[in-house]
Design a protein around this ligand. Sequence first.
Ligand SMILES: C[S@@+](CC[C@H](N)C(=O)[O-])C[C@H]1O[C@@H](n2cnc3c(N)ncnc32)[C@H](O)[C@@H]1O
Length: 470
Amino acid sequence: MLEDDQLTHETLAARPPNSSTQAAEMSRLLELANAIQAQVTEMQKHLTETGQPDPSFDGQTKATDYKGIDDTRSAVLENLTHLQELLMTPQELLFTPAPTALIARHVIDRFRIMHAIPVTGSRTYEELAWATMLPIKTLRRNLRHAMRQRIFHEPSPGHIAHTQASRLLAEDDKTRDYLGTVLQEVWPAATRACDAMVHWPGSRERCETGYQLAFGRTMEETLERNPVKRARYNNAMGALTDDWSFSLEHVVRGYDWAGLGRATVLDLGGGVGTASLGLAEAFPLLEFVVEDREGVIANAAVDDPEIQGRITFVEHDILQEQPVKDAEVYFIRRVLMQMTDSECIDIFNALKPAMKCGSKVIVQDPMIPDPGTCPVWQERRYRDSDMLAFVSSNSSPREWDDWERIFEQAGPGFKFQGVTMAPCSNTAFVEAIWQGGSAPVEEHEGVDGEQPDQHEGAVSTLEALITVVG
Ligand SMILES: C[S@@+](CC[C@H](N)C(=O)[O-])C[C@H]1O[C@@H](n2cnc3c(N)ncnc32)[C@H](O)[C@@H]1O
């Protein structure tokens, strides 16, 4: 078991040569500093080779592209986290992150300050006060607080300009809506989470949460009643595909798709085909059928002529009997996390008449990695998302035995293969093989696990919201 201040496997792998002999003589601080030095040198070499300037926060320069050097970046961040936190006092650790970090971000989001500043050039506090109708002093104290988090800067005293982070808020509506959802929906819910625990001890019901106490209804009900919030929330979800933790990289690299050879993959609840498009690009032998609801499929399209012929879109309610027969793989990504156990079983049952012996059911859903199995800075974000799901919907990602039980209850034709984490991610691949022939859809009696159903209509995507704040 790793201690908090112990080096992880990433750090150890990144140690300079001969470090094992030196390590005994070297203090932990020096060891970390030396590792950082070696890793940063390697990164700098990569930046030079790829013709990139030194990283900066400046809104007029492009954000550094770390593609091709992700693992080294991860190791540096890991070592820096350890080093920084070893240097902090216990009290400083307790007071970090400060919840006050959210106040200025809330002000920026609420008063749309990111749009009041041109992407090139600057504005004075007086000009911003006119644009936002906020008192200058209030504005200044909030923006200067945000500036210490690299959101806006003052290139000359009293003139405010964009950094890369504030410019992203101004130009990328998904990122803006993501932050807006976190600040305006999740943050109030978080402040009532303890009250909810006292009101409803041990509850797993989605209507017994901090969100319910803060807003008087569940998040799903709120979104249903309020089209503006619904649109913001839906848009916010798009930001997650760009986030490393939910990136397509994990779909492409997390499973041995090449090992399938020539195969048809049915992408159930595949949305507008984001995952299938990524997989089709990477694996030319695979063909895809993407199924989703009418309104979703209507917005799906393939622009790339190279893969156009290998992706088909079909309207289908995945709770109804599956019309696409004999696919090698029935792939279900980020869909079952929204479903109750009982609905999962219905979906698997609806597949039975379509599957041939040997068809695979592959589920990709959120799962929290075991402590110490990925860098601390990443694990922290995954645990943040777990907290968000807790305060918003009482949902929690399923674990190995939950999946085993669900497939067991879906019927003896399924041979559960297990759960594999995509490396350094918060998503897992769950696999089962269909060993029966085609079978009529079965009725099931419901789930009789020891726990009450933990996945009662969770406002799913909150399981995936990774906090970008604090
Ligand atoms: C979080 S999105 C995931 C989309 C896609 N699988 C991905 O990973 O990008 C969940 C998707 O499930 C679809 N979905 C939920 N219930 C469904 C049902 N009963 N029939 C068809 N699609 C459904 C939703 O419309 C939505 O597109």
